[in-house]
Design a binder for this molecule. Structure first.
Ligand SMILES: Nc1ncnc2c1ncn2[C@@H]1O[C@H](COP(=O)(O)OP(=O)(O)OP(=O)(O)O)[C@@H](O)[C@H]1O
Ligand SMILES: [Mg+2]
Length: 203
């Protein structure tokens, strides 16, 4: 039974997810709440091994193979880390989750939507975030910030433009749980936006 809070951080490369998750972690800890911070893919021994393949495989991976690996990694993380932490009342902050798979593999890639819906449901066991931050960033700014080093960051500019649009679509279709954080240069400015949302939603 879920009693904690599950919050995900989404957005294109270099949009500020990892920076803002560290801020949110401090924000919750200052309120005396127990927090678990996770990143996807990763967070368990198996998921970290899968992460290594996904980010550094030297040969091409089809959308299908990529998606199966992401979903397997997610299932392991949900079972071993996320559900137990939520059951013990923790706030779970996750750097990327199911929306990333939809955006990268289905919206910007070619993994079929109906299959994503079925298999995605198996991966999460139906778990949905209570709140999702979606950070927007122009593609060139994001890629420059991120430093373009892993296999996915090296995909074409057109692919990354689609990723950006895909995230706007995620927000449009999931208004209740998603908050769009518009692009702003300056970490503190974005932090201010995140703080306002946390103060409103996690009173
Ligand atoms: N609003 C901002 N203004 C200026 N620089 C920023 C801002 N947000 C983040 N940065 C800087 O951009 C870089 C990338 O940020 P961060 O790692 O948080 O992005 P990310 O979304 O986690 O990227 P990735 O998808 O590659 O994991 C970092 O050096 C960070 O300090
Ligand atoms: Mg990051």
């Amino acid at each position: 039974m879920k009693t904690g809070k599950f919050i995900t951080f989404e957005g294109p490369e270099g949009s500020g997810k990892s920076t803002q998750i560290r801020f949110a972690e401090k924000w919750f800890k200052a309120r005396g709440q127990k927090v678990l911070v996770l990143r996807e893919p990763g967070g368990t021994e198996t998921s970290e091994a899968i992460r290594n393949i996904l980010l550094h495989a030297s040969d091409d991976l089809s959308s299908e193979v990529e998606t199966f690996l992401f979903l397997a990694s997610r299932r392991d993380l949900v079972e071993k880390k996320i559900l137990p932490a939520l059951a013990s009342g923790k706030v779970v902050l996750c750097d990327r989750f199911q929306d990333s798979t939809w955006v990268y593999q289905t919206f910007a890639g070619n993994f079929p939507q109906p299959l994503f819906e079925k298999m995605g449901e198996v991966a999460t066991g139906g778990l949905k975030p209570d709140l999702t931050f979606v950070f927007d960033v122009p593609v060139t700014v994001g890629l420059n910030r991120a430093g373009k080093s892993d296999r996915i960051e090296k995909k074409s500019a057109a692919f990354h433009e689609k990723v950006r649009r895909g995230y706007l679509e995620v927000v449009r279709c999931n208004k209740k749980r998603c908050v769009l954080i518009p692009f702003k240069e300056g970490i503190e400015l974005v932090q201010g936006e995140v703080r306002k949302v946390l103060e409103r939603v996690c009173k």
